[in-house]
Write a protein that binds this ligand. Structure first.
Ligand code: KG4
Ligand code: ZN
Length: 341
């Protein structure tokens, strides 16, 4: 089955084409038109600007993906598109494009939840057959910080989520405060390598044992207050702030993932989303699963699929297509607040 995936929920116009057969995925094309340079000026994503850029780039990006996969329109079996959650104006560009393609090519259409797409990106792993249920998925991005119980593909239960900022958003805001480039995650992580994570003791919120919710507003504010205290703003200060912030941010993610694994007796921990690219987080989660949960396995999305992409949407679309969960082109709508669970 050849599936086209279209993703325009935020600031990447992303297309993926995957081949799915005998439980395995082969990526045939992954093309992204990133708007990072455009949004960098503002230090964040401007919805109207994002939507206009999606409208300009979506057709050329689709064509580039077809060329790369060496397929023509009629070779596609299924069209999958992110219908939410995300920015309404941005989602609409992808959904309207998918609707038009489904009608014109007479191909079935699958609406995909963006968060489910991130979860399913883990199935690209060659050992994905070893993903056992129940699994716990930690989804961390610029818009999301969620712990989800995955009973099986398509059956989810929310275990915990952020009560205020998403962790990626906290990385982005701290980077902006310290004058580092957008997106903030990679810039903060890079500076943190040279800093001392114990230089400042920043708060770890909601650390009552077993609490599976997250909070990043207090941490972000603590970094702001510390920054304001210093008249001389050296490179060392920025590095130490980054390292101490990153340590506090990841402590919260690691502690709650551990409790979620404990509580649900999960057999697998899955990590995905933009912040899943963070090296420290990857190392720490891998080490707690290996040390503390004998018999359980840890999977993390490959770096190439951490940021928003069309491949993960095509993969989720393939799973739903095998169960014939299609949406008629007349009925599909973008749903900016679509809750997975
Ligand atoms: O999943 P994604 O591409 O878009 C959303 O759905 O939000 O995630 C983007 C987020 C941004 O906040 C970015 O700063 C963060 O992922 N990010 C990182 C790293 N690389 C990207 N955060 C921490 N460490 C990184 N290495
Ligand atoms: Zn995302």
């Amino acid at each position: 089955m050849k599936v086209l995936g279209i993703e325009t929920s935020c600031d990447d116009t992303a297309i993926g084409i995957v081949n799915y057969g005998r439980g395995r995925f082969v990526i045939q094309a992954q093309v992204e038109a990133s708007q990072v340079l455009i949004h960098r000026k503002y230090g964040g994503v401007v919805p109207e600007v994002a939507a206009r850029e999606h409208a300009v780039t979506i057709i050329p990006t689709l064509k580039a993906a077809l060329r790369r996969a060496r397929v023509v329109w009629n070779d596609l079996d299924v069209i999958a598109v992110t219908a939410g959650p995300g920015l309404m104006t941005a989602l609409s560009v992808g959904v309207e494009t998918a609707r038009t393609l489904s009608y014109a090519l007479k191909k079935p259409l699958v609406r995909v939840n963006h968060i489910e797409g991130h979860i399913i990106s883990n199935w690209i792993h060659p050992a994905a057959a070893k993903i056992r249920f129940p699994a716990v998925a930690l989804i961390v991005s610029g818009g999301h910080t969620e712990l989800i119980l995955v009973k099986s593909i398509g059956q989810y239960k929310l275990l915990g989520r952020t009560l205020d900022d998403a962790v990626g958003e906290a990385f982005d805001k701290v980077a902006k405060l310290l004058g580092l480039t957008y997106p903030g995650g990679p810039s903060v992580a890079k500076r943190a390598l040279r800093g001392n994570p114990a230089a400042f003791s920043f708060p770890r919120a909601l650390m009552g044992r077993g609490n599976l919710d997250f909070s990043y507003a207090g941490l972000k504010t603590a970094v702001l207050y510390e920054w304001r205290k210093h008249r001389r703003r050296s490179v060392k200060l920025v590095n130490d702030l980054c390292a101490s912030f990153q340590a506090a941010a990841t402590d919260q993610l690691v502690a709650k993932s551990r409790w979620a694994m404990d509580k649900t007796r999960a057999k697998t921990l899955l990590l995905a989303g933009g912040v899943a690219a963070n090296e420290l987080l990857r190392r720490r989660l891998s080490s707690i699963v290996n040390r503390e949960f004998p018999g359980a396995r840890y999977f993390q999305a490959p770096l190439s699929l951490c940021m928003d992409n069309g491949v993960m949407i095509a993969m989720a679309g393939a799973f739903h297509a095998t169960h014939r969960r299609f949406t008629p082109w007349k009925k599909i709508r973008a749903d900016p607040n679509w809750e997975l669970v």
